[in-house]
Design a protein around this ligand. Structure first.
Ligand SMILES: N[C@@H](CCC(=O)N[C@@H](CS)C(=O)NCC(=O)O)C(=O)O
Length: 396
């Protein structure tokens, strides 16, 4: 017997959690993704006003180039709408509209702009405040760095090192230590660049140069320790880079757009087909400190979207192979336990073996299924996984 009666209803769970989070999202029933974060600044618009920018981006929120645009829009507090493009099945109209067929793209007025660098520069030209240095000489350097960022090859060097092989057929006989050496040369260039101006950023103040570099550097910081045993964070070779990471992480806009390291590692495993090194599973190495607002956001997202989450677990986790009745009700029970735990720390379970099996499968699936920032912010995803770990540990 499930003791669901003793648990709060989804409506109550949502009400309590929502009162305690400022995170903003929409539900998208029967669509993918089933929920999505929205611009933090839509409430700045009058009721009849349309957001000045429409952003076309990937459904999964994995795209590092789209991340650049979102970062800039949140920094500048510009309200925007989003149209999701399924990269596995791009709509014909999108391919006709964007010559490269790639995301991101934006619509500003009647103008369509694509290529993340060009989009950032267009936003810079059309909106206030500026994300470029005021000093004319420094501005020139910043613009040159933005132009050169992609050609410098940091991204290619990092991913070649990560996978131990080249993207180009000509570089067949390169050893893994050579890939490391090339990558380290690129990181040394970053160190020199960061040392050029006072303060932790690439320029004297936070700028578009930081936005250009942040998606790749943050991915390498999360992925290289797990897939290559190579640390960027805490590595004495890169003191300026470490100060830069700390400064970026202090920025509220970054907290909204960033992904957590477990999501980054799960995405890399999926996209590159790599496996973590033997001594480096995809998990947090210690119990993370979780704040009330992180737990409340996680509980609110779970409560608001529980129907789609349960349907997804039933469809994709393999749970239907368990011979039991009331699978859906049992999943619902365990998810409400999770929401209760996130809200008030209460732990409960059932004694029925098949219900325990369903709970364990549902929670284990959900732990790796949650994807930040698509489903919730990185901070909330950390709280969500930590709650799931605590609940799984209580089942047996
Ligand atoms: N240089 C482009 C790169 C954009 C890009 O590679 N986007 C990827 C997603 S991360 C894409 O649209 N992939 C779909 C495809 O290759 O068909 C930019 O900076 O915007």
């Amino acid at each position: 017997m499930l003791v669901s009666e003793s648990l709060s209803s989804w409506e109550n769970l949502l009400k309590v959690a929502k009162e305690n989070t400022s995170s903003q999202w929409i539900l998208r029933p029967n669509q993918s993704p089933s929920s999505a974060p929205i611009s933090s600044h839509l409430q700045n618009l009058n009721e009849d006003e349309k957001p000045p920018i429409l952003l076309y981006r990937d459904t999964n929120h994995w795209c590092p180039f789209c991340e650049r645009i979102w970062f800039a829009l949140e920094e500048l507090k510009i309200p925007f709408e989003v149209e999701f493009i399924d990269l596995g099945n791009k709509p014909k109209w999108y391919l006709e509209m964007i010559p490269t067929g790639l995301v991101p793209a934006v619509k500003i007025g009647d103008e369509i702009i694509y290529e993340s660098k060009d989009i950032l520069l267009a936003i810079e030209a059309k909106f206030e405040p500026s994300l470029l240095p005021k000093d004319p000489e420094e501005k020139k350097v910043a613009l040159a760095e933005i132009e050169a960022c992609e050609q410098k090859g940091l991204g290619t060097a990092g991913y070649e090192f990560m996978q131990g092989k080249s993207f180009s057929k000509e570089k067949k006989d390169v050893s893994s230590s050579d890939f490391q050496a090339v990558f380290e040369t690129k990181l040394n260039e970053i160190e020199t660049l960061l040392a050029k101006y006072p303060g932790p950023y690439f320029m004297s103040d936070f700028s578009l140069v930081d936005i250009m570099y942040s998606p790749s550097l943050s991915r390498f910081a999360a992925n290289l320790p797990v897939f290559r045993g190579y640390d960027l964070r805490g590595n004495d070779r890169y003191p300026n880079l470490n100060l830069w990471f700390e400064a970026i992480e202090q920025r509220p806009a970054y907290g909204i757009i960033r992904s957590d390291s477990i999501t980054k590692n799960l995405v890399l495993r999926e996209v590159f087909g790599l496996q973590p090194l033997k001594n480096a599973e995809i998990r947090v190495s210690s119990t993370p400190e979780v704040t009330e607002s992180q737990r409340m956001e996680a509980a609110a997202k779970l409560s608001a979207n529980h129907k789609a989450i349960i349907a997804d677990i039933i469809k994709n986790s393999g749970i239907k192979t368990i011979k039991a009745e009331n699978i859906e009700a049992t999943i619902d029970f365990y998810l409400r336990l999770l929401a209760e735990y996130l809200i008030n720390g209460a732990i409960a379970t059932t004694k029925d073996p098949s219900q325990k099996a369903i709970g364990a499968v549902a929670l284990a699936y959900l732990r790796n299924r949650v994807c930040s920032p698509r489903d919730m912010t990185a901070d909330a995803a950390i709280a969500f996984r930590s709650g799931i770990d605590r609940l799984i540990a209580s089942i047996y």
